[in-house]
Design a binder for this molecule. Structure first.
Ligand code: F6P
Length: 474
């Protein structure tokens, strides 16, 4: 069993669009807290808990006014958003403009001036909330992700004493794409308010440095940026990871092992269990994957019920039109594959449109012979790392997109270009056929990587670099 390394001694104020828990209103009007979706929360929660820090964020529903409270070893500071702000700042500018633009235009970005105004206004509100929550002079504030890119500069205006870090969880696009953004200078200047701007991959940091030179006339030397006012900051890569020891420990529990065996038996004891786990998002390449998988069944290379695909697609951004369209297309495609290839009571594809607790996910990862992680574009993709962290048995094969940040590190996966359907089919066939000596060798090497470079390593590396660069000017 692995031992867990811990993170930063100093309490950190983390600022993210979402709190680690979402407030959900039930049919009878009562409310409940549910864990928030996505890799950001999974990665940062242990970090904030370990430092006894503060988390500033939105509770996930419109017009929820809440006082600050303590939960699970964290001080929680909710930031309220109106229904219009949810529509314009969150669904609009964050997820209708920036999300598709930053993911290399895998969806069509919409440039709407009203959305930009709401984005600025909500970023101001977050900056004010953080300025109030960071009670200690010189506190460390760590701003997260593309929804809050203006916060570093807004916060520095209010609290020049703070050490301000920013981490971008999603890709930062090349200049030719980024340059389309009508507010490209304002966004870069928001980020230049930080002492340290972190990215998933070196390529993202290089793209940002280029955008900073082109829009703000700053001078860069390696990762160092010299602003016109003389202040220096850095932009560099810090690949995010998972809490490997915690996942390894969860996956070794007798209940998890028993549940994994039970899952396989509930699925009819297939020879090969193939698994996909994604937020239902067009960047995740679910349709391309299903096309490849469906063709393998059509051509008889894979044969149900001996081979079964389980696709978990967790609901996401359901009021955004593009996501509604995607859901329809994914469900029609699954229906077509099942119509052609299922037997009574034995579907070829088990499609699950919901989220599962981490215990169930660990059992699924352990049960799966082949894991398909084939996004068209992804900042990191922590599902790939979670799968590896859970496979203490050194079994299982990972098919991984070259366009996920994780591909820079998990080189022993079966790497694919997800746009290349034939290439994806060939990689799935190789992963299905790979025997234990080779699959164990690959898995061992990938596990070495996620064991050494876990989420605590990521947070320590980022916060250590922030402390080096930040010069409190209080
Ligand atoms: O890292 C990508 C990200 O957008 C996070 O910021 C977010 O917490 C997660 O995916 C889930 O997305 P959303 O908060 O829009 O449901």
């Amino acid at each position: 069993m692995l031992s867990s390394s811990s993170t930063s001694e100093r309490p950190v104020v983390v600022v993210a669009n979402r709190l680690p828990v979402d407030q959900v209103r039930l049919a009878d009007g009562a409310t409940e807290w549910h864990p928030s979706p996505g890799g950001l929360v999974a990665a940062l929660e242990p970090v904030v808990q370990a430092s006894g820090g503060t988390w500033v964020g939105w509770p996930g529903a419109a017009d929820v006014e809440l006082e600050a409270f303590d939960a699970d070893g964290m001080h929680i500071v909710p930031v309220s958003l109106s229904a219009d702000e949810v529509a314009d700042y969150y669904e609009g500018f964050s997820n209708g403009t920036l999300w598709p633009l930053y993911h290399d235009v895998t969806g069509e970005p919409v440039f709407e001036r009203r959305w930009w105004d709401a984005y600025r206004e909500v970023n101001r509100r977050f900056a004010s909330a953080v300025a109030g929550a960071a009670t200690e002079p010189g506190s460390v504030v760590w701003v997260q992700d593309y929804q809050l890119q203006l916060v570093p500069a807004l916060l520095r205006e209010r609290r020049p004493d703070l050490q301000i870090g920013f981490f971008d969880h999603i890709p930062f696009p090349g200049w030719e794409i980024y340059a389309r953004l009508p507010w490209r200078r304002e966004v870069v200047e928001g980020l230049l308010g930080a002492d340290l701007v972190g990215f998933q991959r070196g390529a993202d940091a290089a793209n940002f440095l280029r955008a900073a030179r082109s829009t703000s006339g700053v001078v860069t030397r390696g990762s160092v940026i010299e602003r016109k006012d003389g202040r220096q900051l850095r932009a560099a890569s810090f690949p995010i990871s998972v809490d490997t020891a915690a996942l390894d420990c969860l996956a070794r529990r007798p209940e998890t092992l028993a549940r994994a065996a039970q899952l396989r038996s509930e699925l009819g004891d297939p020879e090969v269990l193939v698994l996909g786990v994604d937020r239902l998002d067009y960047t995740k390449g679910i349709l391309h994957r299903l096309r490849a998988y469906g063709e393998l069944l059509d051509e008889g290379h894979l044969e149900p019920p001996g081979t079964v695909l389980v696709q978990v697609a967790s609901p996401s951004r359901e009021r955004v039109e593009e996501y509604q369209r995607l859901r329809d297309e994914v469900e029609a495609t699954v229906g077509r594959i099942n119509g052609d290839h299922s037997a009574l009571g034995r579907p070829a594809v088990h499609y699950l449109h919901r989220t599962f607790p981490k215990e169930e996910m660990a059992a699924l990862y352990l049960a799966a012979d082949v894991m398909l992680v084939t996004p068209l574009r992804d900042g990191m993709n922590l599902v790939a790392k979670e799968y590896v962290a859970c496979r203490h048995d050194e079994r299982g094969a990972l098919v991984l997109s070259e366009f996920a940040g994780a591909a820079d590190e998990l080189r022993q996966a079966f790497l694919v270009n997800p746009w290349d359907i034939d290439g994806t089919k060939a990689a799935i066939r190789r992963a299905v056929a790979v025997g234990p000596p080779e699959s164990s060798r690959r898995m061992r090497a990938m596990r070495r990587r996620v064991i050494e470079f876990d989420v605590h390593h990521w947070a320590n590396a980022f916060l250590g670099a922030l402390a080096m660069v930040a010069e409190p000017q209080g």
